[in-house]
Design a protein around this ligand. Structure first.
Ligand code: CA
Length: 564
């Protein structure tokens, strides 16, 4: 394995060389996929098959590589929200399969189920043998493990061994091809439906900084000075003490403070069992030597009111509301969400301006904040008649610019594809009340090479829209570039998002409760920091958390000497 820094340099080189190959976090994270959407009907999943292509028709099918694999008789894909929910847009659903089949010379069959019971329906259909081919399931990786252990899916390594696109990805985007390579058998059990880089960054009221003559913070010390001034020095200039520095929902939006101390929290910012990329092992960062300092820093902010007094009771919505209303001056939240919030804040405070920064530094000054790329898994069912042809051509189509965008947004009847200029103008659906585009197939997510971060994608034909898109995209990408060029950002592969451990699944709620209590007690001064950590240790020992660390480390072929 390459050393950590070599690997990181390589990632940076790749990222920089392909010019902003980062993807917007679209609606494609497992968390979002798991959200309950619009209630659908209870009708069974419907399927339809496109009419086979008649002879002599023009297609722009990707050329079959020499010695390549023949096209499958049918490419069967199962995915939620295909042209809306299950009963929406039946004509568009059918038309797309027909048009796609004509254009690319591959008969496409899409199965779709109601969003609010997608996984239940998919599981039933798999058990009943009603569907074959590629099936998009929800993350995390443990769902893939389950399907493998149920014996209903095929490993992909041999099937893709001679696929040129796959080989290219292995070289240029190794974490993409390894996303669903399971550590215990070293086999690849799914292809990602997208590979969208994403991270949290710190958004700050730039107009408040300017009003107070403060620089954009870079370190923990700067951040403290800022939070204090945002609370005590009337940053909005209305003569009242009605603002504070930092807002968060629990520790979710304070993660950069833990990062700066080198003791990162888990993937949801609420736990301390996390994968350490330097040790390449699962650890409990509650016992990181810097953790007491991180907690002392937060305690100081909290007791002085520089951090929202309601930090431990805020929901996510409440946290956002305080930033939108101009009460709180800063949060640590999804990349670009601060900039998106600017318009909302300006409805009340017309002069509001936001700046986003990739990380703040402290004892840790390099590789401080992590980005990860993920996409939910597409598994290949064992009952697929032509498994090799199916997965081979699916991967080929993802590498084909036109086929990719069709998968994403539909045919050129509903989109003006100016691919030479990397511009996509989605046509306005006259039936849309908000001037939105037509419903789209949504079969695929962002990939680094085809993404809303290197294509201009607008709805409608107004040139001002394109200028606005470019401005916003430049501003957004600058945060990521800054993070990379200053060595603040590093890649934390998604496969290390949550521990693969049966015990973890069983006791994660208890663990979460123990962490919450410890953080609350330490930051509010309910207990001393030492007492809070020692209570946590006793609780974790009592609930059997040792097994979580041991199992998780075993799953990645390592061990950690730590004992609760
Ligand atoms: Ca004020």
């Amino acid at each position: 394995m390459l050393s950590k820094s070599t690997k990181l340099c390589k990632v940076i080189a790749i990222v920089v060389s392909v010019l902003f190959v980062v993807a917007l976090f679209g609606g494609c994270t497992p968390k979002e996929s798991g959200d309950k959407g619009t209630p659908g009907t209870t009708s069974p999943g419907q399927t339809a098959t496109a009419t086979p292509t008649s002879g002599g028709q023009q297609t722009t099918a990707p050329a079959e590589p020499a010695g390549g694999v023949a096209k499958p008789d049918v490419l069967e894909i199962t995915r939620e929200m295909y042209f809306g929910d299950v009963s929406d847009n039946p004509d568009l659903k059918k038309e797309f399969m027909e048009e796609f089949s004509k254009k690319f010379g591959i008969n496409l069959k899409v199965n779709y189920y109601p969003k609010n019971e997608y996984m239940e329906k998919v599981n039933l259909a798999i058990t009943a043998g009603e569907i074959t081919g590629l099936v998009n399931i929800y993350g995390p990786a443990s769902n893939v493990v389950k399907k493998r252990d149920d014996g209903v899916i095929l490993p992909l390594d041999d099937l893709l061994a001679d696929n040129e696109v796959w080989k290219k990805w292995q070289k240029e985007y190794p974490t993409l091809t390894e996303l669903y390579k399971l550590p215990d058998d070293n086999q690849t059990w799914a292809v990602a439906h997208g590979f969208a880089f994403n991270f949290f960054d710190r958004a700050i009221r730039k107009d408040w900084l300017d009003n107070l003559g403060l620089p954009v913070p870079e370190t923990l010390e700067d951040l403290y000075v800022m939070a204090k001034a945002f609370t005590e020095n009337d940053p909005d200039g209305d003569g009242q003490k009605n603002t504070f520095g930092l807002v968060s929902s629990g520790t979710w939006n304070l993660q950069d403070i833990f990062y700066a101390h080198g003791c990162r929290l888990d993937n949801v910012g609420g736990g301390t069992i996390t994968f350490d990329m330097e040790k390449m092992a699962w650890v409990d960062n509650m016992f990181h030597p810097e953790m007491p300092n991180a907690l002392a820093y937060l305690k100081d902010l909290y007791l002085n009111g520089y951090l929202d007094p309601e930090v431990f009771v805020n929901t996510g919505a409440k946290m956002r509301e305080k930033f939108y209303n101009g009460i709180a001056g800063s949060w640590f939240y999804w990349w670009n969400n601060g900039y998106s919030a600017e318009n909302t804040i300006r409805q009340i405070h017309p002069d509001a301006a936001i700046i986003e920064i990739p990380a703040i530094t402290g004892p840790k000054t390099k590789n401080v904040n992590q980005y990860a790329a993920n996409g939910t898994p597409f598994i290949l069912l064992k009952n697929t008649k032509q498994p090799k042809e199916t997965v081979h051509w699916y991967v080929n189509l993802l590498d084909n610019e036109e086929a990719y965008w069709w998968f994403r947004y539909g045919t050129d009847r509903y989109n003006e594809y100016d691919l030479a200029n990397k511009t996509i103008k989605r046509k306005v659906d006259p039936e849309s009340a908000v001037g939105g585009g037509y419903a789209s197939p949504g079969l695929i997510g962002d990939f680094p090479w085809y993404t809303s971060n290197n294509y201009i994608i607008v709805t409608g034909d107004d040139p001002a829209l394109i200028e606005d898109y470019k401005f916003k995209l430049d501003r957004k990408m600058k945060v990521f570039e800054d993070g990379l060029s200053k060595g603040l950002l590093y890649e934390q592969p998604f496969r290390y998002d949550a521990p693969i451990s049966e015990t973890y699944s069983a006791i994660s709620a208890d663990i979460s409760k123990a962490v919450k209590e410890c953080l609350f007690d330490a930051v509010t001064g309910n207990k001393t920091i030492e007492e809070a950590i020692s209570t946590y240790r006793a609780t974790m020992k009592a609930i059997g958390a040792q097994k979580v660390l041991d199992e998780a480390n075993k799953s990645v072929g390592t061990s950690d000497n730590f004992k609760y």
